[in-house]
Ligand binder design. Sequence first.
Ligand SMILES: Nc1ncnc2c1ncn2[C@@H]1O[C@H](COP(=O)(O)OP(=O)(O)O)[C@@H](O)[C@H]1O
Ligand SMILES: [Mg+2]
Length: 205
Amino acid sequence: MGKRTIEVLRGITLEIAAGESVFLCGASGAGKSTLLYTLAGLERPESGEVFYEKQSLYAQGEDALAKLRNTAFGFVFQAYHLLPELTALENVMLPAMIGGKPDRAAAEASLVRVGLGDRLQHLPGELSGGEQQRAAIARALINNPRVIFADEPTGNLDSKTGGTIVELLLELVKSEGKTLIVVTHDTQLAKRGDRMMEIHDGRIA
Ligand SMILES: Nc1ncnc2c1ncn2[C@@H]1O[C@H](COP(=O)(O)OP(=O)(O)O)[C@@H](O)[C@H]1O
Ligand SMILES: [Mg+2]
């Protein structure tokens, strides 16, 4: 940050097993998003390494890393990040189009799985917050990722809707043996996973 170096993560060592669902909790500014993005191949650490299936994420080139992110990882964000001019179906098809295989049937199936089978042609603005987050989850699933990363996926939702979103994520990953890593500051929600980790000042508390 300008001339000042801000140390965000301070010696974090952790291992997450395939099929595990892990929740990262902690106060605002603790470093949760930075840790999640670092794990997800979106933020290169100045020191340290991240391994996915024994392969160092950041030792490989940007192209290989981008390909890995597009095929093995799925992301869900607090603010949904759906493109407003595209329908739910088109939004879900997008990652597969980038991967070179736009698959309408798979996008439809993905929306059906999250309970939006009757909203395929709706624009994000015509969907509620919970429905938009469901569409974002369907998009995260389209390339059949092994790992799903979610940064405060319930942060813009009321607690009941947020609870159903977390249940949906847990059910989707459990039924297919996927790995789930979720950032939340809701410790009640975090208890529903296999493991909860508290991040405090860039360290695991
Ligand atoms: N791009 C950035 N430049 C400078 N500081 C940043 C940047 N991103 C995050 N930080 C700082 O890193 C710390 C952790 O941020 P973050 O990982 O977003 O925390 P959390 O998600 O737990 O709220 C905060 O002090 C924040 O101000
Ligand atoms: Mg954050």
